[in-house]
Design a protein around this ligand. Structure first.
Ligand code: SF4
Length: 366
C-alpha cells in the first residue's frame, strides 16, 4: 500500500501541484513526469501500449507483467526490430528470431509490427561515403518506407564493427538498428497524434551499472504532449527493478518455454553474434556451428579492425575459452533454422529452467 502511495498517488499529486521529485524525495527537481522508481502505472490511462519485443526473457517478462496487471490486451501491440533487415543479410542475428517473435505474438493473440533498417546491420556497416539507407516500418495500414532527408544528412563511412561501449555512436548498432527505428515508427504514424502512448522496454538494473541508473518512467524522446501533435508518449521499464529469478518465475507461472538462446546456454538473448559475446560464446559458435564466424572474420581482414574491443581477431578470441556443452537437442536443432517449429507455450510436462539461467555467459549490455 505504501508503495502504491509512493508510486501512484504521490506522483499524481506532484504532477497536479507542479512538484516533481526524484525517488528518494530529497527535493532534487526532476524532469516533469520522470520517476526513478515507478513499478506500477495506471494502464487504463493509455490509448496504445507499445511493447518492444526482442524475443528475450526480459521483454517477455514485460508482457507477462502487463497480463498480471490486468491489461486490456486490445491496447497492446508488439514491435520487433529485425537486426539483419530483410534484404538478404544473415550476418548477426539468430535465423529463427523473426519467426519466433511472430509465433510468440500469435500465442498471446497480439499484433506484431516489424521494422528494420534497409540492409540491416551489414548494410549500415558497409556504408562508404554514402547516406544511411531507408527504414521500413510495418503499421496497421501496411508497410511504410521512410527515406532519409539527404538535404540535412551528410554522407558517411563506417567500414568497421560497432564496439562495446555505453556511447551509442561507438555502439552504433543499438541506435541505428533499434532506437532510431522505434523513434521514427512513433513519429511517422498519425494514429499516435493526440493519443497517450506507453512505450515499454525490458531493461533491468542488475544487467549493468549504466542500466542501474535508468529512470523507470519518463517522457519518451518522441513525447510532444505540449506540442501541435499533442502526442503523449511515456517510456516505461516495468521490470527495471526485477532480479533475474523474478523474470524466470514469471515465465514459469505463465508456462512460457525459455527461448532457444537460454536453452543453448547463453545468459542473454541478443544477436547470435552480438558484439558483447564473450570468449565462451564465440568458442561455442565456432565449435557447434562451424563456419558461423567466417563472415565476421573476413570483414575483420577487409577492415583491418576487429569486432573485439581488445583488437584480437574473432577466431583467436574463440580459442581463448572452452565451448559450452549443449545438451538441449531440440534447441540445438532449431538454432540455425529460419522457421520456428518448437512450442512457445508449455502444454504438457514440467517447465524447465534453461541452462543459461543465472549465468553470465554471453554478454552484458552497457
Ligand atoms: S544485440 Fe548486440 S550486436 Fe545486436 S544490435 Fe544489440 S548490441 Fe548490437
Amino acid at each position: 500500500m505504501h508503495q502504491f502511495d509512493d508510486t501512484i498517488i504521490i506522483p499524481g499529486l506532484n504532477t497536479q501541484l507542479g512538484l516533481m521529485f526524484s525517488e528518494d524525495q530529497t527535493a532534487t527537481p526532476a524532469k516533469a513526469g520522470t520517476y526513478f522508481s515507478a513499478p506500477y502505472v495506471d494502464l487504463s490511462d493509455y490509448d496504445h501500449i507499445v511493447l518492444c519485443m526482442s524475443g528475450g526473457k526480459d521483454s517477455i517478462a514485460c508482457l507477462l507483467n502487463l497480463i498480471d496487471m490486468g491489461v486490456d490486451l486490445n491496447r497492446v501491440e508488439l514491435w520487433h526490430h529485425d537486426v539483419d533487415g530483410r534484404e538478404g543479410s544473415s550476418l548477426m542475428d539468430w535465423p529463427f528470431m523473426a519467426e519466433y517473435n511472430r509465433k510468440l505474438a500469435a500465442a498471446f493473440g497480439l499484433p506484431i509490427y516489424f521494422s528494420w533498417l534497409d540492409g540491416g546491420f551489414e548494410g549500415e556497416m558497409l556504408k562508404e561515403n554514402s547516406y544511411s539507407r531507408p527504414h521500413h516500418i510495418e503499421t496497421p495500414d501496411g508497410l511504410t518506407t521512410l527515406e532519409r532527408d539527404t538535404n540535412r544528412a551528410k554522407p558517411g563511412t563506417r567500414l568497421k564493427f560497432p564496439q562495446v561501449s555505453a556511447n551509442l555512436q561507438t555502439r552504433w548498432c543499438s541506435s541505428a538498428l533499434k532506437i532510431d527505428l522505434g523513434r521514427r515508427a512513433l513519429t511517422n504514424q498519425q494514429r499516435f497524434d493526440g493519443k497517450r502512448v506507453l512505450f515499454i522496454t525490458g531493461e533491468r538494473r542488475t544487467e549493468s551499472p549504466n542500466r542501474a541508473l535508468y529512470q523507470q518512467l519518463e517522457p519518451h524522446f518522441c513525447d510532444r504532449r505540449g506540442g501541435r501533435k499533442a502526442r503523449h508518449v511515456d517510456s516505461w521499464r516495468p521490470v527495471l527493478h526485477w532480479p533475474e529469478d523474478q523474470v524466470w518465475d514469471a515465465l514459469e507461472r505463465h508456462n512460457v518455454i525459455a527461448p532457444v538462446p537460454y536453452r543453448l546456454g547463453w545468459g542473454r538473448s541478443s544477436c547470435m553474434k552480438c558484439i558483447f559475446n564473450d570468449a565462451t560464446v564465440w568458442a561455442t559458435l565456432r565449435h557447434h556451428f562451424p563456419g558461423s564466424l567466417d563472415a565476421i572474420s573476413d570483414y575483420e581482414t577487409r577492415f583491418g579492425t576487429t569486432i573485439n574491443r581488445n583488437r584480437i581477431n574473432i577466431l583467436d578470441v574463440s580459442r581463448q575459452a572452452k565451448p559450452m556443452e549443449i545438451e538441449d537437442r531440440d534447441a540445438f536443432m532449431q538454432a540455425m533454422k529460419t522457421d520456428y517449429s518448437l512450442p512457445i507455450i508449455l502444454t504438457e510436462g514440467r517447465w524447465v529452467l534453461p541452462a543459461g539461467a543465472f549465468t553470465k555467459t554471453g554478454c552484458g549490455p552497457s
